[in-house]
Ligand binder design. Structure first.
Ligand SMILES: Cc1ncc(COP(=O)(O)O)c(C=O)c1O
Length: 325
């Protein structure tokens, strides 16, 4: 078996991130509710991608890459954070972003500009087309004698997901220090790596903790996350494969990917107005609103302590409007 520390990893963020108790919401819902503050991960406006990039960019450095290409939607937090991390490392970031829906240079687009990242607009909705363009660029760079490194959407490879195996380990160590025993950890699912990493972490370090994912897009995440878990097990050279048994996914896509609902707005406002914490409109707002809805409906009855992973995304607040605002 290989340990997490056996993998090359760069220090890019500020870890451990805080595990924060939510006194007002805990009282309201009769549970012990905590936030794992990965929105405070210390690069850009923070967010979950920093942990993945610590592993992915270490690999890119070891391969001698000078250019890093990645992709996502126009408001991709992952792409913005890739550019921010590349700046720290003196590497060039090229962001191949889907153009659909872009009319104003707001939110993460504005931040990409501040970061000086090269943005290549892609007039396609299919990642296959974007990966073909990345491969074409890789060949061009190679002809110029430049090594480049490709990161798929969301950084959700098994190597990137190790960041969330580590996050689970880190969270359990914090729980031990605080003397608390979480029953459940919940996170948003956009490309699957964060959730698969947390599930793998639970399998390895605390199988009694349920890990729940909330899908904010309509991809086949159960299959994607099971596959990623298998690959994580392969990377870690585990004696027994990591199964898909603890994959528990809810769907809260609502009106569509990146389109907030009125219920989501209420959940985002509630956290801001009770605890002073901002969620984002694309990922954490949807996941948190599902958690509150389920609690109100009497779900998770046997759980006393629930940790919600705040995975960042603040840039989206300045680009995407909630309904009724
Ligand atoms: C703020 C935020 N939260 C959650 C996610 C979901 O993480 P993952 O892509 O690993 O499923 C993303 C990215 O997709 C994100 O940007």
């Amino acid at each position: 078996m290989r340990h997490l520390t056996d993998f090359p990893r760069l220090s890019l963020g500020c870890f451990p991130t805080p595990l924060q108790y939510l006194p007002n919401l805990s009282r309201r819902y009769g549970k012990e509710l905590y936030l794992k503050r990965d929105d405070l991960s210390g690069v850009g406006l923070g967010g979950n991608k920093v942990r993945k990039l610590e592993f992915l960019l270490a690999e890119s450095k070891n391969r001698g890459a000078k250019v890093v290409m990645t992709t996502g939607g126009a408001q991709s937090n992952h792409a913005m954070l890739t550019a921010a991390c590349c700046n720290k490392l003196g590497m060039e970031a090229v962001l191949l972003l889907k153009r659909r829906g872009v009319d104003r240079p707001l939110g993460n687009l504005y931040l990409n500009r501040l970061l000086g990242a090269e943005v290549v607009w892609m007039d396609t909705d299919r990642y296959e087309d974007i990966y073909a363009e990345m491969a074409r660029r890789t060949a061009c760079y190679a002809r110029e004698g430049k090594v480049s490194y490709e990161i798929p959407v969301g950084g959700s490879t098994a190597l990137g997901a190790l960041g969330y195996v580590e996050c689970f380990r880190e969270t359990m160590a914090q729980c031990m220090q605080l003397g608390i025993h979480p029953d459940r950890m919940l996170c948003a699912v956009g490309s699957g790596g964060t959730y698969a990493g947390l599930c793998a972490g639970a399998d390895l370090f605390a199988p009694e903790v349920a890990v729940t994912g909330v899908a904010v897009d309509s991809d086949p995440f159960a299959q994607i996350c099971r596959q990623l878990k298998l690959e994580i097990g392969g990377l870690l050279e585990l004696e027994r494969p990591l199964g898909g048994e603890n994959v528990e996914l809810y769907d809260n896509v609502g009106p569509g990917y990146g389109i907030p609902s009125a219920g989501e707005r209420e959940a985002v406002e509630l956290l801001a107005r009770t605890e002073g914490v901002f969620l984002d409109p694309v990922y954490t707002g949807k996941a948190f609103s599902l958690l509150l809805r389920e609690l109100e409906g009497g779900a998770f009855q046997n759980d006393k302590t629930i940790i919600f992973l705040h995975s960042g995304g603040a840039g989206g607040l300045f680009a995407i409007d909630f309904p009724g605002k």
